[in-house]
Ligand binder design. Structure first.
Ligand code: UGA
Length: 441
């Protein structure tokens, strides 16, 4: 079967390469020529573990190709996957302009029966709207069907998540379209992946509800962490014991500097806006957004407190800039709030990230931040070292060596990577999130 995937971001490229690995013939289309040129030259425009190998393998066996020619790709394909971006607009609504433009383009092109499969995260009602645009404007009297197939992959483990998902959600009114998409995903039946078949609106809602629930877990544990600090409790033990209750589960209860990335911030905003639009406000999610914004600010306060209230002309060493490890993505990363605020207050910033520095330089050029080669050169001469992202290489730093090169031994561990007592015993002033350092006798 021939498939077109439109959009070569994380979702589109992983889905395209993954579907090719399932045995489909896939053409990934993007209107940005530079992206297609990069892909055709054998490179990947962003960092994602395992993706290059998957792409290379399927390009080599001629099941995966890249093009800017939407018309030719669609004419050859039975299914067209939509994986274009839906960023938040200034009011928090999902910006559907790329989806809308594509629907108009498809209406001009469709030459035969096609199944349109939406992977982009879109508000409830969008799939029906896409179908209505194509049906109204199509040049040829052909039938089309639409399937909502939300994607649940995580950046950093996107390939694994696509190839071995917890579930596949397919929403449609058409049995014919559902049969075709089920056939595309047949390799997942063999590994007993649960399939949830629903209507269009339900499938759209499942994606927002899932992301909002995960974001809620994070904001919940972050607020509990803040209270733990106030009352002298240890949030890790609280989260562990909570997670042992199977109704709660242990995942997404790790406190930190607040969630970032291209999904949770945008999807919580869009769901809250959807609730307001339908006069059915989702107050929990509105609060989750507020809690998350203040958690990022709170990290700045922690740094200032450790420096006894004075950051002007202090040198701050930041370890990690991406919103989480194993990605070069810095969208909505807590590092951005922290850097902006500290620069405003007159601090000097040194920073290092294994892969996200090029992206970060687009926001904060080398005139504003001194970018370094590794954790130790970043720490050199600094007044405080801050672990912002829990990359593996920051989990086992030689703290004695760090202590020798810094100006003052202060560590702000915003991801709770280190044992507070061990770090204190090494002579560091130390803070983390939600754990008060207490010696046990
Ligand atoms: C998230 C969802 O996990 C995916 O299922 C979904 O498909 C994706 O959004 C999407 O909508 O496309 P992602 O944004 O890649 O995936 O990253 P996560 O691993 O979920 O992490 C999001 C943020 O939450 C990160 O900033 C991370 O540091 C933070 N986080 C996560 C915590 O602070 N604590 C936790 O316990 C877990």
């Amino acid at each position: 079967m021939h498939i077109t995937v439109v959009g070569t971001g994380y979702v589109g490229l992983v889905a395209g390469a993954g579907l090719a690995d399932f045995g489909m013939h896939v053409i990934c289309v993007d209107k940005i020529k530079e992206k297609i040129d990069i892909l055709n030259s054998g490179e990947i425009p962003f960092y994602e573990p395992g993706l290059k190998e998957l792409v290379d393998r399927n390009v080599a066996n001629k099941r995966l190709s890249f093009s800017t020619d939407l018309k030719s790709a669609v004419e050859q394909s039975l299914a067209i996957f939509i994986a274009v971006g839906t960023p938040a607009d200034e009011r928090g609504r999902a910006d559907l302009s790329a989806v809308e433009e594509l629907a108009h383009d498809l209406a001009r092109i469709v030459n035969d029966y096609k199944v349109i499969v939406t992977k982009s995260t879109v508000p409830v009602g969008t799939n029906r709207w896409i179908k209505s645009i194509i049906d109204k404007e199509k040049k040829n009297p052909v039938e089309i069907d639409i399937v909502s197939n939300p994607e649940f992959l995580r950046e950093g483990s996107a390939v694994e998540d696509f190839m071995r998902p917890n579930r596949v959600v397919l929403g449609s009114d058409s049995q014919r379209a559902l049969a075709i998409v089920k056939d595309i995903y047949r390799p997942l039946y063999l590994i007993e992946t649960p399939f949830v078949i629903t209507g269009l609106e339900t499938a759209e809602m499942i994606k927002y509800a899932s992301n909002a629930f995960l974001a809620t877990k994070i904001s919940f544990i972050n607020e509990i962490a803040n209270l733990c600090e106030a009352v002298g409790a240890d949030v890790h033990q609280v989260a562990k014991a909570m997670g042992l209750d199977r109704r709660i589960g242990p995942k997404f209860l790790h406190p930190g500097p607040g969630f970032g990335g291209s999904c949770f911030p945008k999807d919580t905003l869009a769901l809250a806006q959807l609730g307001r639009d339908y006069n059915s406000p989702i107050r929990i999610v509105e609060t989750v957004i507020e809690v998350n914004n203040s958690q990022k600010e709170r990290m700045v306060e922690k740094i200032i407190d450790l420096l006894d209230g004075n950051v002007k002309d202090k040198t701050i060493a930041l370890l990690g800039l991406s919103f989480k490890p194993n990605t070069s993505d810095i969208r909505e990363a807590p590092s951005i709030t922290i850097v902006k605020s500290l620069l405003d207050k007159g601090a000097k910033i040194k920073a290092y990230d294994p892969v996200a520095m090029d992206e970060f330089k687009k926001l904060f050029p080398e005139t504003q931040i001194q970018y370094c080669e590794d954790a130790y050169s970043t720490a050199e001469g600094s007044d405080i070292v801050v672990i912002v992202t829990e990359w593996n290489e920051f989990r086992n730093l030689d703290l004695k060596r760090i202590k020798e090169v810094v100006n003052t031994p202060i560590l702000a561990d915003l991801r709770n990577v280190y044992d507070p007592i061990k770090v204190k015993n090494l002579g560091f002033k130390y803070t983390c999130v939600g754990r008060v350092v207490k010696e046990i006798h």
